[in-house]
Ligand binder design. Structure first.
Ligand SMILES: Cc1cc2nc3c(=O)[nH]c(=O)nc-3n(C[C@H](O)[C@H](O)[C@H](O)COP(=O)(O)OP(=O)(O)OC[C@H]3O[C@@H](n4cnc5c(N)ncnc54)[C@H](O)[C@@H]3O)c2cc1C
Length: 292
């Protein structure tokens, strides 16, 4: 096994492009090391990206926030203003593991590990967050939701790695939320999760509404049609009930000891409704701050 710690993007791409066999990126290592120790994988090459300049930085750009691929959960959540900017993404990231895991885990690792139960993937997908990918052909961008392609598999090509995650700027009265159901309150993975992104106008009419569900299908479910159905409406109980039904019907979950198909589908509807109420409250508070 070769372990490499490149000090430039170019060197990392070259190492990954010229490797034979199985290669893995070492971000926080909170998935890779567990998989190695339990014998699930035996990489031929491990590339620790943390020495690459800029990869542990958070930047405020005119188009939003750029989060370096090796920024940890605790670095993200302690960065001034980020929790206020994207509370849903912050609460999803903060749910991963314990304090020890928080000091290591990254968004890029969570996305690329491609677990259907990953917490940050739905939270990032719902606001159309993107990843910057470096590879032998240079730099390209893609939506976070296009990275996982099946459980444990991602769409990155040979030689590629994620350099950063872009959380795009939001219209003025927007917010997001993320809620998950776990049997235990800590140190557990989602049985079902729901993320919501909402934009309101000054009269609190819905201008954009996106919902993503986690752990209820092999990939994150970006619930189709929600925005078109409810745009220009006020959020009422009737509308929330409709959202709940649509979300439950959008699930394609597995049946296992952690939850049956019926249970997961039902809970997805309940969580989606709660996530919408929470994001709506956050966006509505912004309207009131300006109009009062
Ligand atoms: C005790 C414990 C509790 C956990 N709890 C949760 C939880 O509640 N919710 C949850 O979602 N997950 C949980 N996890 C899983 C894990 O912590 C997360 O998935 C984490 O975000 C992975 O990030 P990482 O940087 O440690 O990834 P790594 O282990 O470094 O890498 C994971 C995968 O992503 C790839 N990768 C990493 N970085 C890049 C990059 N920049 N470009 C391309 N590919 C990359 C690697 O090749 C590897 O395949 C838990 C893990 C442990 C050990």
């Amino acid at each position: 096994m070769i372990f490499a710690k490149p000090s430039s993007e170019k060197e990392a791409v070259s190492l990954l492009s010229n490797s034979n066999g199985i290669s893995r990126i070492l971000g926080g290592g909170t998935d890779v090391l567990v998989q190695m120790r339990s014998g699930i994988i035996e990489p031929d090459l491990i590339v620790d990206i943390k020495n690459i300049p800029g990869i542990r930085e958070i930047k405020e750009l005119s188009c939003g926030y750029e989060i370096g691929a090796a920024v940890s959960g605790s670095e993200f959540n302690n960065y001034p203003g980020l929790k206020e900017f994207a509370p849903g993404i912050a609460e999803a990231f903060d749910l991963i593991g314990s304090s020890q895991i928080q000091g290591r885990c990254t968004l890029a690792g969570n996305i690329c590990n491609a677990s259907p139960a990953a917490d940050t993937t739905p939270a990032l997908s719902v606001s159309k967050s993107r990843v910057k990918i470096l590879g032998p052909k240079g730099l390209r961008e893609d939506l976070v939701s296009n990275i996982p392609i099946s459980p444990g598999k991602n769409s990155l090509k040979k030689g590629e790695f994620i350099k950063s995650i872009i959380i795009p700027n939001r219209p003025q009265y927007s917010s997001d939320s993320y809620i998950r159901f776990t049997p235990r309150s800590e140190m557990d993975i989602a049985v079902v999760s729901a993320a919501c992104f909402i934009t309101l106008d000054q009269k609190k009419l819905i201008k954009e509404l996106n919902i993503s569900l986690g752990a209820v299908a092999p990939l994150v479910v970006n619930v189709a049609g929600i925005n078109e159905l409810f745009k220009n409406n006020t959020l009422t109980d009737d509308l929330l009930s409709q959202i709940s039904v649509i979300c439950s019907n959008s699930c394609d979950p597995i049946d296992d000891k952690r939850g049956t198909i019926e249970f997961r589908s039902h809970v997805a509807g309940v969580l989606a409704k709660r996530a919408v109420i929470l994001a709506h409250k956050r966006a509505g508070d912004k309207v009131e701050k300006v109009t009062n």
